[in-house]
Design a protein. Structure first.
Length: 479
């Protein structure tokens, strides 16, 4: 049967249109799936908090309650010092007293009535007004020592605030680096899953062509399951590390799922990316022992206690007083009186109260001095240990980089060998595990180096670190 040309053309057009639609359908489905994936990703990224290391440190310094207490304590000592300083300054006092006496109801004796003027004295209101303006200048031999003691106590409180800031900075940096390490482990776990799936595909191809036993395929399936389990462990570890970071920062109401670390501040040479190298410090570590804020605070506390002990004595207190009085006592007299005098007060016996306080202050000074010396010795050992840790970490870093290079090459050779039937499944799997472990070990060594360097920074004190200036080499902020 012959089909007319018009019908034949219409039939061909329908077939072509249907084929084009069928060919375009999978593409449209893929595009729609891609669009949905992008939308879901954008929805997941909504509310994500980008957090850098410096932002984490600043947030921890702002929200730490112990630091807030230390700052309020330092300000309290400052106001105590101002109060004692004000007690040594001149005082100006104004006092006014006024009174009216009505003696009209008094019975006047006859002999007074017989005398002239008796009626002028009694039987009428009497007004009295006394205004006194006095200027007092304390002359104390103990208050200046108390003021000096409080000055050292204020200095100790300020140094304690600085020491606490250094501790918070180090703790936040440590938590941040641990979170970075957890994210690196998660990345390696994801790569491990991709390699396991790649190995399963290779095992399936070899099994289907008859060049590999079914055991290889089963083992590859087990490897994929283990890789997925490791991936879940890595995700849980990352979530714990991020929650710990939020805890150190003092942040509430932020989920770890919505937190993203926005930088990778790790270097091979110095740890953190700021160019600080502890072996470049002149006279390190002995020169920087006396820069630690905690050590200086202990020394200032001992000085304050010693000065306080010297101020606790039974010494007379003097005051120079100048006053002017305006007195109006109607109907008797009125006028002004000026005076200049020196007052003294001396407690000569107090049952041993001041002596006991003085001995207690001396013991406090001795205890603080011993604690400062003990801290100095431990600080020196900590600095030496941290410096040794930096050197060891750098050696380990070089070893880890070479181990990763060899593991990557071994994995490449094992993959090619397995495809060609020259390498067994076990050898391929061992090479894969060694490669993944080498990646984690390299990043862990970098974190270890960064923490050792950061430990040195916190022990010296962040404010005392040398600052790089253009064309002038190294300059220490504290001199």
């Amino acid at each position: 049967m012959r089909v007319p040309n018009s019908r034949k053309a219409l039939f061909l057009a329908v077939v072509i249109a249907l084929g084009s639609w069928l060919m375009a359908y999978p593409s449209g489905v893929a595009e729609e799936a891609e669009s949905q994936a992008r939308e879901s990703k954008a929805t997941a990224e909504q509310g994500v908090v980008e957090l850098s290391l410096e932002e984490a440190i600043q947030t921890a310094l702002e929200k730490n309650l112990a630091l807030a207490q230390a700052r309020h304590g330092a300000r309290a000592v400052l106001f105590q010092e101002r109060a004692i300083r004000a007690a040594l300054m001149p005082k100006l006092d104004l006092e006014n007293m006024s009174s009216i006496v009505d003696d009209s109801n008094l019975d006047i004796p006859p002999f007074l009535q017989a005398q002239g003027g008796g009626g002028q004295i009694f039987g009428q209101d009497k007004y009295t007004r006394l205004t006194t303006l006095s200027l007092t200048q304390p002359i104390s031999f103990t208050l200046p020592k108390v003021l000096s003691s409080l000055s050292h106590a204020r200095r100790a409180a300020d140094l304690q605030v600085s020491a606490l800031e250094d501790q918070i900075r180090f703790a936040t940096t440590q938590a941040y680096l641990m979170a970075l390490l957890a994210e690196e482990k998660l990345r390696v776990a994801e790569e491990g899953l991709r390699l396991a799936e790649k190995l399963r595909r290779a095992a399936k191809v070899r099994y289907e062509v008859g060049t590999a036993p079914r055991f290889d395929l089963i083992q590859a399936e087990v490897g994929v399951a283990n890789a997925r389990q490791e991936l879940e462990k890595a995700r849980a570890e990352r979530e714990r590390a991020l929650r710990n970071l939020l805890l150190v920062m003092g942040v509430e109401g932020v989920s770890a799922d919505h937190l993203r670390l926005s930088q990778r501040p790790l270097e091979d040479e110095g740890g953190l990316a700021d160019g600080f190298r502890p072996d470049d410090l002149p006279g390190y570590p002995d020169r920087y022992l006396a820069l630690n804020a905690t050590y200086l605070a202990l020394r200032e506390t001992a000085k304050a206690a010693r000065i306080k002990a010297g101020a606790l004595r039974l010494i007379p207190e003097f005051a120079l007083i100048a006053s002017a009085r305006d007195m109006d006592q109607s109907p008797f007299q009125s006028g002004e009186i000026y005076s200049l005098g020196l007052s003294a007060r001396w407690r000569i016996f107090d049952s041993g109260e001041v002596r006991s306080k003085r001995l207690s202050a001396r013991e406090e000074a001795a205890a603080a001095q011993a604690k400062a010396e003990e801290f100095r010795r431990n600080l020196r050992e900590d600095l030496i240990w941290a410096a040794d840790q930096v050197r060891v970490s750098r050696l380990n870093l070089a070893t880890a980089k070479e181990a990763l290079r060899q593991a990557r090459e071994a994995l490449r050779m094992a993959e090619l060998g397995y495809r060609e039937g020259e390498t067994s499944m076990i050898e391929y799997d061992q090479a894969k595990v060694a490669y993944l472990s080498a990646q984690v070990r390299l990043y862990a060594t970098r974190v270890e180096l960064a923490l050792a360097v950061e430990r040195i920074r916190s022990l010296i004190g962040y404010r005392n670190l040398p600052q790089k200036e253009e064309g002038s080499g190294t300059k220490t902020e504290s001199g």
